[in-house]
Write a protein of this length. Structure first.
Length: 269
């Protein structure tokens, strides 16, 4: 049986409902509460196909750092967000990882790769159903606002579940721009990976000087030539002599970004 997305394998979940009782309105993000492995999507899809513990659960997609597996057709209802509108009106997505993850852990190489892998499918669904690339909390759900939301917000809005995934540290400011496809060139992708390594190393108290690419001849951090190309960091003030002027990312600007990220992790004072 073929799924909805070219190139995405389809493994039919055992438990689901044919059709939907209301129009698709939300893309609901979850965590599998499973370790970050290269086979997590496949193993969870296999579990949905034949739950050995008898649980009547499923999801539309399972995602890890190198693959997406579809388990329930888009037109059908997955059993994953509890007995509430998050099931019949949600396109539900299971990501490798845990709700307890910190922001720094969500910004590691594995998670960023996972966001990149799932982005084309989620972008396709969002565009076809006119779902804005915006996070909607439980109050917005109750008001009927369309967008991206979480299992936890479904719980807060309607009950029927005890799950709190993907957790309060899920990085919507990084995830949504990636899904929307804002300016992710290979150079920016490499820069973002380097930054995630740096944030993690600094949060752990390690020397991170060698983990950010530095061009000693220009005194700039490479390879990104302009912070204005990175929508993730538009909250950073850009100066004409630095990131905003096309002259490269200065050490001071990188320090501001890393400091902001460390503040957001709450792992350092």
């Amino acid at each position: 049986m073929a799924g909805d997305f070219p190139g995405v394998p389809f493994v039919q979940a055992k438990y689901y409902a044919k059709g939907r009782t209301a129009p698709l309105k939300w893309i609901v993000m979850h965590t599998m509460e499973a370790h970050e492995l290269s086979t997590t999507a496949e193993s969870t899809a296999a579990y949905f196909a034949n739950p050995g513990d008898g649980r009547t659960v499923s999801s539309h997609l399972c995602v890890d750092n190198n693959s997406v597996v579809q388990c329930v057709l888009e037109k059908d209802t997955a059993y994953t967000a509890g007995g509430n509108p998050g099931n019949p009106q949600g396109f539900n997505v299971e990501q490798a990882g845990f709700a307890r993850q910190t922001r720094a852990e969500w910004l590691d190489d594995y998670s960023i790769n996972m966001f990149m892998v799932e982005a084309p499918v989620l972008r396709d669904v969002a565009l076809r159903y006119s779902i804005p690339f915006e996070y909607v909390n439980w109050e917005g759900l109750l008001a009927g606002k369309k967008g991206f939301t979480t299992h936890n917000d479904c719980r807060l809005a309607w009950g029927g579940t005890t799950h709190t995934d993907p957790g309060s540290s899920f990085p919507w400011d990084v995830f949504l721009p990636i899904v929307e496809g804002q300016g992710m060139t290979p150079e920016q992708w490499e820069w973002l990976q380097n930054l995630s390594r740096t944030v993690r190393a600094m949060a752990e108290g390690k020397d991170s000087a060698a983990q950010v690419k530095y061009n000693s001849s220009t005194g700039k951090y490479d390879p990104v030539s302009s912070l204005s190309l990175l929508p993730f960091w538009t909250r950073v003030n850009q100066t004409s002599g630095g990131g905003g002027g096309g002259g490269g990312v200065t050490p001071a600007e990188v320090a501001v970004i890393v400091r902001t990220e460390l503040d957001n992790t709450r792992l350092t004072s």
